[in-house]
Design a protein around this ligand. Structure first.
Ligand code: S3P
Length: 440
């Protein structure tokens, strides 16, 4: 049995969240900072890097491909970039653990190399769909083998040359968009990607921070291959996806008043703020600033009565990772919350509709899973033992749910919290959550 199954959270009911805190660095931005820093010319300095297992998997992959990287040391990383053509064949398969972002983005970046690589992951990552990237990369001439189910291991062979594409994405996915933009750097022409709905645009913003030109025209983004990235300094903002647990926690727990400092508030990531505010949450956005092309702010959240809503479908991609936490908010709201158009939740680190529905039901919440969403009727709920199924965001969401439960909640299989939020339990305890880690 893996260590992942051995860690549980035991959370006592009630309490409020108070004080000031800083959540760890943004996971999406941390991955991209390593990738672009590695293929840039010159030395890139990163501060605020997320020292979680997912972004560390990306960092190790580039070390294995010959990139000298110092750190991480208290969020500081220094990368001696090797340039677009400077990566070297790794000595072994690249193990990306639980990280879908590492696998999908690296697949695009590695499709254009002159050496072969094999990308592998843990049991969860090995079940996730990869054709969404291998199919369009195939159109570009990439040679990538998958299992019959279209899953990892991904065996990438050097292509004769990568051809630019003009691709209309069928799925709403920043990972697919980013994968193809990275592959586009290795073509000799214009690669254009059109997205059906806006998704997080960190890759686009960061390419520009590295001095790489990019053209946007509405939902269409184009890059010309063969350019050059110039090393820069990057300050990674706090991850709004990690802040989300505290935004929900402080909203639902009476007497809360919590300020989250230096959180990324990129417009393509603030669905959780928009949705919570429509439910009646009291969240103040303070000190807005620019951190190297990414907007950041302090978020002050005070408890407020929440009401159930129909979640607008245009908010789904903007809050895609925050739904487990938002389901807890819905369970504490007055009335019914309905989510639709969110079938992507079924292919995240776990089937988040199913796993959340099972756990909420254990707690006595009135919940109906739908093929592309969920219906949740808010009200009082009890404690009990729930299983996160190794999904970091589900583990943290149920921990926060204890703030309004009638009895303690025990959450099993929590070690993967370290993929995105190392130190979650200690930080949460410091603000007032009665959380304790237990090892079997
Ligand atoms: C991510 C994009 C999202 C998100 C994931 C991180 C990224 O996935 O769920 O946690 O960094 O690009 P999709 O783009 O596949 O929805």
């Amino acid at each position: 049995m893996s260590a992942a199954s051995d860690l549980s959270f035991h959370v006592t009911p009630g309490g409020g969240l108070r004080g000031r805190m800083r959540v760890p660095g943004d996971k999406s931005i941390s991955h991209r900072a390593i990738m672009l820093g590695a293929i840039a010319d010159g030395v890139t300095e990163i501060t605020g890097f997320l020292e979680g297992e997912d972004s560390l998997a990306t960092l190790s992959a580039f070390r294995d491909m010959g990139v000298a990287i110092e750190g991480p040391d208290a969020g500081h990383v220094q990368i001696d970039g090797v340039g677009l053509q400077g990566l070297r064949a790794p000595g072994a398969d690249l193990d990306l653990g639980n990280s879908g972002t590492s696998m999908r983005l690296l697949c695009g970046l590695l499709a254009g190399q002159r050496f072969a690589t094999t990308l592998v992951g843990d049991a969860s990552l090995s079940k996730r769909p990869m054709r969404r990237v291998t199919q369009p990369l195939g159109q570009m001439g990439a040679l990538i083998g998958t299992t019959e189910e279209g899953t990892a291991p991904l065996r990438i062979q050097p292509a004769k040359s990568l051809l630019p594409v003009d691709y209309q994405m069928p799925v709403v996915s920043a990972q697919v968009k980013s994968c193809l933009l990275l592959a586009g750097l290795y073509t000799s022409g214009d690669t254009c990607i059109s997205e059906p709905a806006p998704t997080r645009d960190h890759t686009e913003r960061m390419l520009m921070a590295f001095g790489y030109p990019l053209r946007r025209d509405g939902s269409r983004i184009c890059v010309t291959g063969g350019g050059r990235l110039t090393a820069c300094r990057l300050d990674v903002p706090g991850d709004i996806s990690s802040a989300a647990f505290f935004l929900v926690g402080a909203s639902i727990a009476p007497g809360s008043d919590l300020t989250l400092e230096h959180v990324g508030v990129n417009p393509t990531r603030i669905g959780v703020l928009n949705i919570l505010r429509s439910m009646g949450a009291d969240i103040e956005v303070m000190n807005p600033q620019d951190a190297g092309g990414e907007p950041v702010a302090d978020l002050r959240v005070r408890s407020a009565p929440l009401r159930g809503i129909r979640i607008p479908e245009d908010q789904v991609p903007l809050a895609i990772d925050e739904f487990p936490a938002l389901f807890v908010a819905a369970a504490c709201a007055d009335g019914e919350t309905l989510l639709s158009g969110a079938q992507e939740l079924r292919v995240k680190e776990s089937d988040r509709i199913q796993v959340m529905a099972v756990g909420l039901e254990v707690l006595g919440v009135d919940v109906e899973p739908l093929s592309d969403g969920i219906r949740i009727r808010g009200g009082a709920y009890r404690g009990g033992q729930v299983d996160s199924r190794g999904d970091h965001r589900i583990a943290m969401s149920f921990a926060i749910a204890a703030l309004r439960a009638e009895a303690a909640i025990e959450i099993r299989d929590c070690a993967n919290v370290n993929t995105s939020f190392p130190g979650f339990a200690a930080l949460a305890a410091g603000t007032g959550l009665g959380i304790e880690e237990r090892r079997a």
